[in-house]
Write a protein that binds this ligand. Structure first.
Ligand code: BEZ
Length: 254
C-alpha cells in the first residue's frame, strides 16, 4: 500500500528555513529573557525547529530536550547535538519532569491549543514555568487577507489561507487558567519584520499548500497575492515588511 502525503500539510525544510526565516530565532531575545534559563534546570523546548535556540538554552547550562513534529527539523537539531525527539506538541508525552517549558514561534501551528496547554501542564513539575511566544491576534493580517481574496476570486479553499492559531490575550489567559496556571505576565507585541529575501519566498516557505491548491496556476496565484500586498507591505525602495504580532506569556504551574 502506498501512503499519500497530505497536500494541506505544512512540510518543513531546515535548509529553506535557514535561508528565509533565520530572523525567527534571531528575534527571540525577548522571550529567552523572560525564560532566563538557569544552569542545571531541565527545560523542554516545544517546537524546537532546527535547534538554534535550544542550543542557546543548553549553553546557559540547562539540560534541554527539544520536540518537533518535523523529521527534517529533528535531524537538524540532532546534528547540533541536541536531545531532539519527534513528537506532536498537541500530544506531549511527559509527566512532571521539567522545570520549564519554552516555546518560540511554534504554538501558532498547533490549532488544538487546549491539548497543548494540557500537555504542558502535565510535563511541568509543581512550580514550573511556561514561557512562550507565538503569533497573536492580528498576526500577518494583511497576508491572510490577501490570500483569502485570491482564494475567493479563484474559487479556491479559503481555509488554506489561515491554518494558524493566533489568540488574543484574554482567551489565552482563560485557557491557561483552565489548566491551573497562574499568569505572571502576558502581552500582545506588534513586531514588523523586514523580510530580507522578499514576500514571495515567505509565502512559499510558510503557505505552500495554499498555492499548491491552484495546480498549474500556482505561480499566477502567488503573483496576484504579492501584488495585493505590495501597497501595504512594500516600501518605495522595494523592501518588504511582514505584519507580525506576537503573544508573549509567562505562566507558572502552582
Ligand atoms: C509567525 O511566526 O508568526 C508565523 C510564521 C509563519 C506563518 C505565520 C506566522
Amino acid at each position: 500500500m502506498t501512503t499519500q502525503a497530505d497536500p494541506r500539510r505544512q512540510v518543513w525544510s531546515a535548509g529553506s528555513y535557514d535561508t528565509h526565516a533565520r530572523f525567527v530565532s534571531d528575534l527571540a531575545t525577548g522571550v529567552v529573557g523572560w525564560l532566563a534559563p538557569r544552569a542545571g534546570e531541565r527545560i523542554l523546548d516545544l517546537g524546537c525547529g532546527d535547534g538554534v535556540l535550544t542550543e542557546e538554552l543548553a549553553a546557559a547550562g540547562a539540560q534541554v530536550v527539544g520536540v518537533d513534529s518535523s523529521e527534517d527539523f529533528i535531524a537538524a537539531a540532532r546534528a547540533r547535538g541536541i536531545d531532539a525527539r519527534l513528537m506532536d506538541g498537541q500530544a506531549l508525552d511527559f509527566t512532571a519532569e521539567f522545570d520549564a517549558v519554552f516555546s518560540n514561534a511554534a504554538l501558532h501551528w498547533m490549532r488544538d491549543a487546549d491539548a497543548v496547554v494540557r500537555g504542558v501542564a502535565r510535563a511541568l513539575k509543581p512550580g514550573g514555568r511556561f514561557v512562550a511566544e507565538f503569533g497573536g491576534h492580528g498576526n500577518v493580517a494583511a497576508i491572510v487577507t490577501a490570500m483569502h481574496a485570491v482564494a475567493s476570486r479563484r474559487g479556491g479553499d479559503v481555509g488554506l489561507a489561515h491554518p494558524w492559531y493566533f489568540p488574543a490575550v484574554s482567551p489565552y489567559q482563560s485557557l491557561l487558567a483552565r489548566y491551573g496556571f497562574t499568569v505572571q505576565r502576558i502581552a500582545l507585541i506588534p513586531r514588523p519584520v523586514v523580510l530580507k529575501t522578499g514576500i514571495a519566498e515567505w509565502l512559499m516557505l510558510f503557505r505552500k499548500p495554499f498555492f499548491a491548491q491552484f495546480g498549474a496556476d500556482a505561480d499566477s496565484a502567488l503573483s496576484e497575492t504579492v501584488e495585493l500586498l505590495r501597497p501595504a507591505l512594500c516600501d518605495a525602495d522595494g523592501h518588504w515588511t511582514a505584519d507580525y504580532v506576537r503573544l508573549r506569556v509567562e505562566a507558572v504551574k502552582p
